[in-house]
Design a protein around this ligand. Structure first.
Ligand code: HEM
Length: 249
C-alpha cells in the first residue's frame, strides 16, 4: 500500500487548519450563517461539483480515477434541490460564478485534460470534507437558518449513508481505496500538492464571500469573531475529533 490516505491527511493538515480559520468558517462555527453569502457558496459549489462529477464520470474506467469514483457521493442533484430552495425554480438564471469559483472549475477541467489522476485530489478534498466537518456544519446551518425539515442542506445529506456509523464506515472504505491506488511516489506527491491547491481554491471562494458576511453582521461583530485562531481539526489523529465537535455545536 502507498499509505496515500495518511499522506494526504498529514500533507494537507496545515491547509485544513487554514480553511477552518477563514473568517467565513469562523463565523459559521459561532453559528453565524447569513443566507445571502451562504446561497452564493452553494451556487458556486454546484458549479464545482458539476465539473468534478462530469470529469469523474468521463474517467470512470481510468486505472486510477475509477478506483475512487463512488457515485453514491455525487452532490450535483442534491445541490440542485438546495438551489431551488434558496433561489426558486428559476435558480439557473439567478446564480453566477464568483471569480474564485471560475478559477476552481477551470482547474478541475484543466487537470482532467492534462493529468486525470489528479482528480483524486479534488475528489478527496471535497467529499472527505463533506463527510467529516461537513456533518457538524450541517447542524450549525440547520439551526442558524431555522430550516424546514429536509430542505436546504442537501450538500451534506448522503441518502445512502444514513447514520454516523455508515458515514464512518464509508470513510474507512474511501481511505482503503486511496491506499490501493496504483500510484508511485512521484504521483503521490503530485496528488498531495494538488490537494493543497484544492484547499486554497476553497479558501479563495469563501474569501470572496467575506464582504457579504461583514455587511450582514457589521464590522465590530465580524472583527470580534474572526480575530482569534482555532486549533486545526485534522492536526489530531483520524476519528479523534471530540474536542472540535463539542466546540462546533
Ligand atoms: C476532516 C472539521 C472545513 C476538508 C475533518 C475532520 C474534522 C473536520 C473534525 C476529521 C474527521 C475524521 O478524522 O474523521 C472541519 C471543520 C471545518 C472544516 C469544523 C470548518 C469549519 C473543511 C473544509 C474542507 C475540509 C473547508 C475542504 C474544502 C476535510 C478533509 C478531511 C477533513 C479532506 C479528511 C482528512 C483526512 O484525510 O482524514 N474536518 N473541517 N474541511 N476535512 Fe474538514
Amino acid at each position: 500500500s502507498t499509505d496515500l490516505a495518511s499522506k494526504l491527511r498529514e500533507g494537507t493538515k496545515h491547509s485544513h487548519t487554514m480553511a477552518e480559520n477563514t473568517a467565513f468558517m469562523k463565523c459559521f462555527l459561532k453559528g453565524i450563517v447569513e443566507r445571502e453569502p451562504f446561497r452564493k457558496l452553494i451556487a458556486n459549489l454546484y458549479l464545482v461539483y458539476s465539473a468534478l462529477e462530469e470529469q469523474l464520470q468521463r474517467y470512470s474506467t481510468h486505472p486510477v480515477v475509477s478506483l475512487i469514483y463512488f457515485p453514491i457521493l455525487n452532490r450535483k442533484a442534491n445541490l440542485e434541490k438546495d438551489l431551488v430552495f434558496y433561489y426558486g425554480e428559476n435558480w439557473r438564471e439567478q446564480i453566477s460564478a464568483l471569480e474564485a469559483g471560475k478559477v476552481y472549475v477551470e482547474r478541475i477541467n484543466e487537470v482532467a485534460n492534462t493529468e486525470p489522476a489528479l482528480l483524486v485530489a479534488h475528489a478527496y478534498v471535497r467529499y472527505m470534507g463533506d463527510l467529516s466537518g461537513g456533518q457538524s456544519l450541517k447542524k450549525i446551518i440547520r439551526s442558524a437558518l431555522d430550516l424546514p425539515a429536509n430542505e436546504g442542506t442537501g450538500l451534506h445529506e448522503f441518502e445512502q449513508l444514513p447514520s454516523v456509523e455508515a458515514i464512518r464506515a464509508f470513510k474507512g472504505q474511501y481511505r482503503d481505496a486511496l491506499n490501493a491506488l496504483p500510484v508511485d511516489d512521484a504521483l503521490a506527491e503530485k496528488i498531495i500538492a494538488e490537494a493543497n491547491y484544492a484547499f486554497e481554491l476553497n479558501r479563495n471562494v469563501v474569501h470572496e464571500l467575506e464582504a457579504d458576511v461583514k455587511a450582514a453582521i457589521g464590522d465590530h461583530v465580524f472583527d470580534l469573531i474572526t480575530r482569534q485562531d482555532l486549533p486545526g481539526s485534522t492536526e489530531r489523529s483520524p476519528g479523534n475529533n471530540a474536542v472540535r465537535l463539542v466546540a462546533a455545536e
